[in-house]
Design a protein around this ligand. Sequence first.
Ligand code: SAH
Ligand code: SF4
Ligand code: F3S
Length: 435
Amino acid sequence: MTEIPKTYRVKSFGCQMNVYDGERMAELLGAQGMTAAGDGEDADLVVLNTCHIREKAAEKAYSDVGRLRREDGSKPIVALAGCVAQAEGAEAKSRSSLIDLVVGPQAYHRLPDMVAEVAKGGRPVDTDMPAISKFGALPARRKVGPSAFLTVQEGCDKFCTYCVVPYTRGAEISRPFADVVAEAQSLVDGGAREITLLGQNVNAFEGGLDNLIRAIAKIDGLERIRYTTSHPADMSDALIAAHGEIDKLMPYLHLPVQSGSDPILKAMNRSHTAESYLETLEKVRTARPDIAISGDFIVGFPGEREEDFAATLAIVDAVGYASAYSFKYSARPGTPAAVMEGAVAPEVMDDRLQRLQARLAEHSLAFNRATVGKDTRILIDRKGRLPGQMIGKSPWLQSVFVETGARIGDMVDVTVTKALPNSLGGVLRDSKVAA
Ligand code: SAH
Ligand code: SF4
Ligand code: F3S
């Protein structure tokens, strides 16, 4: 018999949707009377909220589980949650005897029941994707930081041939419009000044993401709205227009392209071409000329030749990304690409990733340099390392370091004075006038 845990720790990996789920699991456990374990303290219950997207991420889940055994041989109750839990289900229990329960991303509202089952000696698994959503069974949002995530849509129907998300998160489903607006209001009531609307394909939100953004923009006290991630095929004209019309919608768009080569895009089942992607961005830039574009890239997809990779570098130059994530292709069991011919050798992948990242870094630095001398407003979200130093986000999602007495959650007017590849330095606008 195990005792009902008094303290918990939730560790989230992977995408922002996992971060959101992790927060909701913490709220759920809190509502049961459990408290969060402090830094460095042992927790009675550890929830590992895992990511399955690439092999390394999935393997990390098990090494993290292994590390939960304490020096005296005891262990916390271990809950495997997230996408590895969904993908492996009961099998996870045979891979590690330390795992007490397995709960998928659509079933975590059942976490307290499952913990109670563990206390009775059970080892429950729930990877159901119930038709009735978990959201109704979750407690109301509690106090949050200045920048909050809000999942508005789950799952994905796009079936890119390399990707596990349609399997780990299930079919694409949008939350009811009114529920999302109500949750946004309670996040603002709890202290949020910025909300990022989340979905694996958030721009396909039913009812129109532009309409949702318009509705949320009416909330007093909410200063900024962002959304991620978008698929190029779902960038509607109405959403593009919203970028030119809604002041609270920040000038930043994460629009993954994955590759610049049409044959590779076709093999990936991306349903856009390099040209159609660039045309979409042209429309976006017409609506909002100062918008920062970010993207995701995969190098070494099966069949990728040097000329395909050259096309990827070319699209990077054509777009001039403000920021980007790039990955080596990782074959995922059960996906169509995993059985495609033309595997790219690891050293070729390494080389291409390095060249791509060098090119992307040039563009980030150029984008950041172009903001030097500009006046802008940042939302302070953390402390810097130096005394009196705070860090906030610009509208273009750059981290700006500034010396100020302002606190986390404050909006501060700054002049950008310095650009680094991944951040900016700034001074308070008033201090510039004084100098
Ligand atoms: N829904 C989002 C992305 C989800 S995964 C979208 O479509 O944009 C985040 C990124 O991980 C993807 O954009 C892709 O670049 C990368 N990724 C997904 N599967 C991968 C795989 N099997 N190997 C390498 N990178 C992958
Ligand atoms: Fe994966 Fe493609 Fe869906 Fe993104 S759009 S989650 S890459 S299948
Ligand atoms: Fe990873 Fe699942 Fe997100 S696989 S990227 S945590 S949807």
